[in-house]
Design a binder for this molecule. Sequence first.
Ligand code: HEM
Length: 327
Amino acid sequence: MSPSSFTLFFTTLTFSFLFFFPTPSHSRLTLDFYKDTCPQFTKIIQDTVTSKQISTPTTAAATIRLFLHDCLLPNGCDASILLSSTPFSSAERDNDINLSLPGDAFDLVVRAKTALELACPNTVSCSDILAASTRDLLVMLGGPTFPVFLGRRDGTLSTSSSVTNHLPKPDMPLTTIINIFTQRGFSVEEFVALTGAHTVGLSHCSEFSNNIFNNSSNNGYNPRFAQALHKACANYKKDPTLSVFNDIMTPGKFDNVYFQNLPKGLGVLRSDHELYSDYRTRPFVEKFAADQNEFFKVFAKSMEKLSLLGVKTGRRGEIRRRCDQIN
Ligand code: HEM
Protein backbone atom coordinates (compact mmCIF):
# COMPACT_ATOMS: atom_id res chain seq x y z
CA MET A 1 0.00 0.00 0.00
CA SER A 2 1.41 3.43 -0.99
CA PRO A 3 1.68 6.11 1.76
CA SER A 4 -1.19 8.14 0.24
CA SER A 5 -3.58 5.19 -0.05
CA PHE A 6 -2.55 4.21 3.47
CA THR A 7 -3.57 7.71 4.72
CA LEU A 8 -6.78 7.58 2.72
CA PHE A 9 -7.57 4.15 4.16
CA PHE A 10 -7.15 5.39 7.73
CA THR A 11 -9.04 8.65 7.13
CA THR A 12 -11.97 6.66 5.73
CA LEU A 13 -11.79 4.24 8.63
CA THR A 14 -11.78 7.04 11.20
CA PHE A 15 -14.64 8.80 9.45
CA SER A 16 -16.77 5.65 9.28
CA PHE A 17 -16.01 4.94 12.92
CA LEU A 18 -17.17 8.42 13.96
CA PHE A 19 -20.20 8.15 11.72
CA PHE A 20 -21.33 4.79 13.00
CA PHE A 21 -20.20 5.27 16.60
CA PRO A 22 -20.84 8.97 17.33
CA THR A 23 -19.67 10.34 20.67
CA PRO A 24 -22.41 9.56 23.19
CA SER A 25 -24.21 12.75 24.25
CA HIS A 26 -23.34 12.32 27.90
CA SER A 27 -19.62 12.39 27.17
CA ARG A 28 -20.06 15.99 25.98
CA LEU A 29 -21.20 17.08 29.44
CA THR A 30 -18.63 18.64 31.75
CA LEU A 31 -18.45 19.39 35.46
CA ASP A 32 -17.70 23.08 34.89
CA PHE A 33 -20.04 23.70 31.95
CA TYR A 34 -21.23 27.08 33.32
CA LYS A 35 -17.78 28.27 34.44
CA ASP A 36 -17.71 31.17 31.96
CA THR A 37 -21.39 31.59 31.06
CA CYS A 38 -22.89 31.45 34.56
CA PRO A 39 -20.24 31.36 37.30
CA GLN A 40 -22.94 31.83 39.98
CA PHE A 41 -24.64 28.55 38.99
CA THR A 42 -23.40 26.41 41.90
CA LYS A 43 -24.06 29.05 44.53
CA ILE A 44 -27.53 29.90 43.28
CA ILE A 45 -28.52 26.23 43.29
CA GLN A 46 -27.10 25.73 46.78
CA ASP A 47 -28.80 28.81 48.21
CA THR A 48 -32.16 27.96 46.66
CA VAL A 49 -32.03 24.34 47.76
CA THR A 50 -31.01 25.22 51.32
CA SER A 51 -33.73 27.79 51.92
CA LYS A 52 -36.44 25.63 50.31
CA GLN A 53 -35.47 22.48 52.24
CA ILE A 54 -35.33 24.37 55.55
CA SER A 55 -38.77 25.91 55.03
CA THR A 56 -40.31 22.72 53.56
CA PRO A 57 -38.44 19.58 54.66
CA THR A 58 -40.44 17.29 52.35
CA THR A 59 -38.75 18.91 49.33
CA ALA A 60 -35.67 16.66 49.23
CA ALA A 61 -37.47 13.31 48.94
CA ALA A 62 -39.98 14.85 46.54
CA THR A 63 -37.18 16.09 44.27
CA ILE A 64 -35.30 12.79 44.26
CA ARG A 65 -38.50 11.05 43.08
CA LEU A 66 -39.20 13.77 40.50
CA PHE A 67 -35.68 13.31 39.10
CA LEU A 68 -36.17 9.52 38.87
CA HIS A 69 -39.48 10.01 37.06
CA ASP A 70 -37.84 12.36 34.57
CA CYS A 71 -34.71 10.33 33.82
CA LEU A 72 -36.15 6.82 33.68
CA LEU A 73 -38.49 7.58 30.76
CA PRO A 74 -37.23 6.89 27.22
CA ASN A 75 -36.58 10.62 26.57
CA GLY A 76 -34.12 10.70 29.49
CA CYS A 77 -33.08 13.50 31.85
CA ASP A 78 -34.53 16.37 29.82
CA ALA A 79 -36.91 17.98 32.33
CA SER A 80 -39.87 16.86 30.21
CA ILE A 81 -41.56 15.91 33.51
CA LEU A 82 -41.80 19.67 34.28
CA LEU A 83 -43.75 20.57 31.13
CA SER A 84 -47.45 21.36 31.58
CA SER A 85 -50.18 19.78 29.49
CA THR A 86 -51.52 21.80 26.58
CA PRO A 87 -55.09 21.83 25.19
CA PHE A 88 -53.82 19.35 22.57
CA SER A 89 -51.71 16.98 24.61
CA SER A 90 -51.61 15.58 28.12
CA ALA A 91 -48.07 15.78 29.53
CA GLU A 92 -46.01 13.24 31.52
CA ARG A 93 -46.75 14.97 34.79
CA ASP A 94 -50.49 14.37 34.29
CA ASN A 95 -50.11 10.61 33.99
CA ASP A 96 -51.73 8.93 37.02
CA ILE A 97 -48.42 7.75 38.47
CA ASN A 98 -47.06 11.30 38.50
CA LEU A 99 -50.06 12.99 40.13
CA SER A 100 -48.56 12.25 43.56
CA LEU A 101 -45.31 14.09 42.74
CA PRO A 102 -45.40 16.92 45.28
CA GLY A 103 -45.67 20.51 44.08
CA ASP A 104 -42.74 21.51 46.27
CA ALA A 105 -40.27 19.73 44.01
CA PHE A 106 -41.61 21.63 40.98
CA ASP A 107 -41.59 24.84 43.00
CA LEU A 108 -37.93 24.35 43.89
CA VAL A 109 -36.94 24.19 40.22
CA VAL A 110 -39.05 27.28 39.43
CA ARG A 111 -37.31 29.23 42.20
CA ALA A 112 -33.84 28.22 41.05
CA LYS A 113 -34.72 28.95 37.42
CA THR A 114 -36.03 32.41 38.30
CA ALA A 115 -32.83 33.26 40.18
CA LEU A 116 -30.66 31.87 37.38
CA GLU A 117 -32.56 33.72 34.64
CA LEU A 118 -31.91 36.97 36.49
CA ALA A 119 -28.20 36.22 36.85
CA CYS A 120 -27.55 34.61 33.45
CA PRO A 121 -30.51 34.80 31.06
CA ASN A 122 -31.17 31.96 28.58
CA THR A 123 -28.18 29.95 29.74
CA VAL A 124 -29.00 27.25 32.27
CA SER A 125 -31.29 24.34 31.38
CA CYS A 126 -34.10 23.14 33.62
CA SER A 127 -32.68 19.62 33.37
CA ASP A 128 -29.31 20.75 34.80
CA ILE A 129 -31.14 22.58 37.60
CA LEU A 130 -33.07 19.43 38.49
CA ALA A 131 -29.94 17.24 38.43
CA ALA A 132 -27.77 19.58 40.54
CA SER A 133 -30.58 20.28 43.02
CA THR A 134 -31.23 16.57 43.51
CA ARG A 135 -27.58 15.96 44.36
CA ASP A 136 -27.41 18.90 46.78
CA LEU A 137 -30.62 17.83 48.55
CA LEU A 138 -29.38 14.26 48.87
CA VAL A 139 -26.27 15.57 50.60
CA MET A 140 -28.38 17.78 52.90
CA LEU A 141 -30.22 14.66 54.09
CA GLY A 142 -26.91 12.97 54.93
CA GLY A 143 -26.63 10.92 51.73
CA PRO A 144 -23.60 10.47 49.50
CA THR A 145 -22.52 13.01 46.93
CA PHE A 146 -21.95 12.23 43.26
CA PRO A 147 -20.53 14.22 40.36
CA VAL A 148 -23.20 16.04 38.35
CA PHE A 149 -21.97 16.57 34.80
CA LEU A 150 -23.63 19.60 33.20
CA GLY A 151 -24.67 20.79 29.77
CA ARG A 152 -27.98 18.93 29.37
CA ARG A 153 -30.53 20.61 27.12
CA ASP A 154 -34.26 20.51 27.76
CA GLY A 155 -36.68 18.31 25.86
CA THR A 156 -39.54 19.73 23.83
CA LEU A 157 -41.87 16.73 24.02
CA SER A 158 -43.82 15.40 26.99
CA THR A 159 -46.71 13.00 26.60
CA SER A 160 -48.61 11.17 29.27
CA SER A 161 -48.78 8.04 27.10
CA SER A 162 -44.96 7.73 27.03
CA VAL A 163 -44.96 7.06 30.77
CA THR A 164 -46.89 3.78 30.66
CA ASN A 165 -44.78 0.77 31.65
CA HIS A 166 -41.60 2.81 32.10
CA LEU A 167 -41.98 3.74 35.76
CA PRO A 168 -42.22 1.21 38.60
CA LYS A 169 -45.44 0.67 40.53
CA PRO A 170 -45.60 -1.18 43.85
CA ASP A 171 -48.09 -3.77 42.60
CA MET A 172 -46.12 -4.73 39.46
CA PRO A 173 -44.49 -8.18 39.58
CA LEU A 174 -40.88 -7.77 40.70
CA THR A 175 -39.64 -9.16 37.37
CA THR A 176 -41.40 -6.33 35.54
CA ILE A 177 -39.86 -3.76 37.89
CA ILE A 178 -36.39 -5.26 37.51
CA ASN A 179 -36.80 -5.16 33.72
CA ILE A 180 -37.64 -1.45 33.80
CA PHE A 181 -34.27 -0.82 35.40
CA THR A 182 -32.16 -3.36 33.49
CA GLN A 183 -33.53 -2.02 30.20
CA ARG A 184 -32.10 1.36 31.19
CA GLY A 185 -28.69 -0.18 31.85
CA PHE A 186 -28.80 -0.83 35.61
CA SER A 187 -27.75 -4.09 37.23
CA VAL A 188 -30.01 -5.73 39.83
CA GLU A 189 -27.61 -4.52 42.52
CA GLU A 190 -27.86 -0.93 41.23
CA PHE A 191 -31.65 -1.18 41.13
CA VAL A 192 -31.76 -2.34 44.76
CA ALA A 193 -29.37 0.44 45.80
CA LEU A 194 -31.46 3.09 44.01
CA THR A 195 -34.62 1.86 45.72
CA GLY A 196 -32.77 2.54 48.97
CA ALA A 197 -33.98 6.12 48.34
CA HIS A 198 -37.07 4.90 50.21
CA THR A 199 -35.03 5.61 53.33
CA VAL A 200 -36.63 9.05 53.08
CA GLY A 201 -40.00 10.49 52.15
CA LEU A 202 -43.60 9.40 52.23
CA SER A 203 -46.06 7.00 50.67
CA HIS A 204 -49.76 7.77 50.41
CA CYS A 205 -52.08 5.18 51.98
CA SER A 206 -53.67 4.46 48.59
CA GLU A 207 -50.32 3.00 47.42
CA PHE A 208 -50.36 0.11 49.89
CA SER A 209 -53.87 -0.04 51.38
CA ASN A 210 -54.81 -3.17 49.38
CA ASN A 211 -52.08 -5.06 51.19
CA ILE A 212 -52.98 -4.02 54.71
CA PHE A 213 -56.78 -4.01 54.54
CA ASN A 214 -57.59 -6.98 52.30
CA ASN A 215 -54.77 -9.36 52.76
CA SER A 216 -53.12 -8.82 56.09
CA SER A 217 -51.94 -12.39 56.73
CA ASN A 218 -48.75 -13.60 55.15
CA ASN A 219 -47.96 -10.48 53.16
CA GLY A 220 -44.62 -9.74 54.74
CA TYR A 221 -45.73 -7.03 57.17
CA ASN A 222 -44.75 -7.17 60.82
CA PRO A 223 -48.20 -7.62 62.48
CA ARG A 224 -47.80 -4.63 64.83
CA PHE A 225 -46.61 -2.47 61.97
CA ALA A 226 -49.61 -3.58 59.88
CA GLN A 227 -51.89 -2.55 62.74
CA ALA A 228 -50.23 0.86 62.96
CA LEU A 229 -50.61 1.34 59.20
CA HIS A 230 -54.26 0.31 59.51
CA LYS A 231 -54.79 2.99 62.10
CA ALA A 232 -52.87 5.69 60.23
CA CYS A 233 -54.76 4.97 57.03
CA ALA A 234 -58.23 4.22 58.46
CA ASN A 235 -59.71 7.31 56.83
CA TYR A 236 -57.75 7.29 53.57
CA LYS A 237 -60.75 7.01 51.27
CA LYS A 238 -62.21 10.21 52.66
CA ASP A 239 -58.83 11.87 52.99
CA PRO A 240 -56.56 10.89 50.08
CA THR A 241 -53.72 13.03 51.44
CA LEU A 242 -53.04 10.57 54.29
CA SER A 243 -49.51 9.20 54.07
CA VAL A 244 -46.84 7.50 56.17
CA PHE A 245 -43.03 7.62 56.29
CA ASN A 246 -41.23 5.14 54.03
CA ASP A 247 -38.67 4.52 56.78
CA ILE A 248 -40.41 4.68 60.14
CA MET A 249 -37.15 4.49 62.09
CA THR A 250 -35.18 7.43 60.65
CA PRO A 251 -37.59 9.11 58.20
CA GLY A 252 -35.66 12.30 57.53
CA LYS A 253 -32.18 10.82 57.32
CA PHE A 254 -30.59 9.30 54.26
CA ASP A 255 -29.05 6.11 55.68
CA ASN A 256 -29.21 2.31 55.28
CA VAL A 257 -31.96 1.79 57.87
CA TYR A 258 -34.51 1.17 55.09
CA PHE A 259 -32.63 -2.05 54.28
CA GLN A 260 -32.48 -3.00 57.97
CA ASN A 261 -36.26 -2.53 58.18
CA LEU A 262 -37.09 -4.93 55.34
CA PRO A 263 -36.19 -8.25 57.08
CA LYS A 264 -38.25 -7.09 60.07
CA GLY A 265 -41.38 -6.61 57.94
CA LEU A 266 -41.20 -2.82 58.28
CA GLY A 267 -41.32 -2.00 54.58
CA VAL A 268 -44.32 0.07 53.49
CA LEU A 269 -44.90 -0.86 49.84
CA ARG A 270 -45.45 -4.34 48.46
CA SER A 271 -42.38 -3.82 46.25
CA ASP A 272 -40.29 -3.00 49.35
CA HIS A 273 -41.21 -6.37 50.90
CA GLU A 274 -40.43 -8.17 47.68
CA LEU A 275 -36.85 -6.89 47.66
CA TYR A 276 -36.29 -9.04 50.72
CA SER A 277 -38.44 -12.04 49.80
CA ASP A 278 -37.07 -12.50 46.26
CA TYR A 279 -33.84 -14.50 45.85
CA ARG A 280 -32.52 -12.13 43.15
CA THR A 281 -32.61 -9.00 45.31
CA ARG A 282 -32.28 -10.31 48.87
CA PRO A 283 -28.45 -10.66 48.84
CA PHE A 284 -28.14 -6.95 48.05
CA VAL A 285 -30.66 -5.98 50.74
CA GLU A 286 -28.58 -7.95 53.24
CA LYS A 287 -25.32 -6.44 52.01
CA PHE A 288 -26.61 -2.85 52.19
CA ALA A 289 -28.28 -3.44 55.58
CA ALA A 290 -24.93 -4.58 56.96
CA ASP A 291 -22.73 -1.94 55.35
CA GLN A 292 -23.83 1.67 54.84
CA ASN A 293 -20.59 2.59 53.04
CA GLU A 294 -21.23 -0.08 50.46
CA PHE A 295 -24.82 1.18 50.00
CA PHE A 296 -23.60 4.76 49.59
CA LYS A 297 -20.92 3.70 47.09
CA VAL A 298 -23.34 1.82 44.83
CA PHE A 299 -26.11 4.40 45.29
CA ALA A 300 -23.84 7.31 44.30
CA LYS A 301 -22.56 5.49 41.21
CA SER A 302 -26.12 4.59 40.21
CA MET A 303 -27.38 8.16 40.68
CA GLU A 304 -24.57 9.39 38.46
CA LYS A 305 -25.62 6.82 35.85
CA LEU A 306 -29.29 7.87 36.22
CA SER A 307 -28.32 11.52 35.74
CA LEU A 308 -26.74 10.75 32.36
CA LEU A 309 -29.61 8.76 30.83
CA GLY A 310 -30.60 9.99 27.37
CA VAL A 311 -29.22 13.49 27.85
CA LYS A 312 -29.56 15.95 24.97
CA THR A 313 -26.62 18.10 23.90
CA GLY A 314 -25.50 20.09 20.87
CA ARG A 315 -28.41 21.00 18.65
CA ARG A 316 -30.87 18.64 20.31
CA GLY A 317 -33.33 20.21 22.74
CA GLU A 318 -33.32 23.80 23.92
CA ILE A 319 -32.65 25.99 26.94
CA ARG A 320 -36.20 26.53 28.09
CA ARG A 321 -37.04 30.03 29.29
CA ARG A 322 -39.75 28.68 31.60
CA CYS A 323 -39.45 25.15 32.92
CA ASP A 324 -43.13 24.36 32.42
CA GLN A 325 -43.36 25.44 28.77
CA ILE A 326 -41.38 24.92 25.60
CA ASN A 327 -40.00 28.15 24.07
C1 HEM B 1 -39.24 -0.86 43.19
C2 HEM B 1 -39.21 0.29 42.54
C3 HEM B 1 -40.00 1.46 43.04
C4 HEM B 1 -41.34 1.59 43.26
C5 HEM B 1 -42.40 0.54 42.98
C6 HEM B 1 -41.57 2.89 43.81
C7 HEM B 1 -42.80 3.41 44.15
C8 HEM B 1 -42.98 4.51 44.96
C9 HEM B 1 -44.25 4.95 45.49
C10 HEM B 1 -45.60 4.33 45.18
C11 HEM B 1 -44.00 6.00 46.30
C12 HEM B 1 -45.03 6.78 47.11
C13 HEM B 1 -45.48 8.01 46.35
C14 HEM B 1 -46.56 8.76 47.06
O1 HEM B 1 -47.47 8.12 47.60
O2 HEM B 1 -46.50 10.01 47.07
C15 HEM B 1 -42.59 6.25 46.28
C16 HEM B 1 -41.96 7.25 46.98
C17 HEM B 1 -40.64 7.58 46.78
N1 HEM B 1 -39.77 6.98 45.91
FE1 HEM B 1 -40.05 5.24 44.96
N2 HEM B 1 -40.37 3.54 43.92
C18 HEM B 1 -39.39 2.71 43.45
C19 HEM B 1 -38.06 3.01 43.33
C20 HEM B 1 -37.52 4.24 43.62
C21 HEM B 1 -36.23 4.69 43.24
C22 HEM B 1 -35.26 3.90 42.36
C23 HEM B 1 -36.05 5.95 43.75
C24 HEM B 1 -34.93 6.94 43.62
C25 HEM B 1 -33.77 6.75 43.06
C26 HEM B 1 -37.26 6.26 44.47
C27 HEM B 1 -37.46 7.41 45.21
C28 HEM B 1 -38.59 7.65 45.97
C29 HEM B 1 -38.68 8.71 46.96
C30 HEM B 1 -37.57 9.65 47.37
C31 HEM B 1 -39.98 8.67 47.47
C32 HEM B 1 -40.60 9.62 48.48
C33 HEM B 1 -41.28 10.73 47.73
C34 HEM B 1 -41.89 11.80 48.60
O3 HEM B 1 -41.73 11.80 49.81
O4 HEM B 1 -42.54 12.70 48.04
N3 HEM B 1 -38.14 5.22 44.35
N4 HEM B 1 -42.00 5.34 45.44
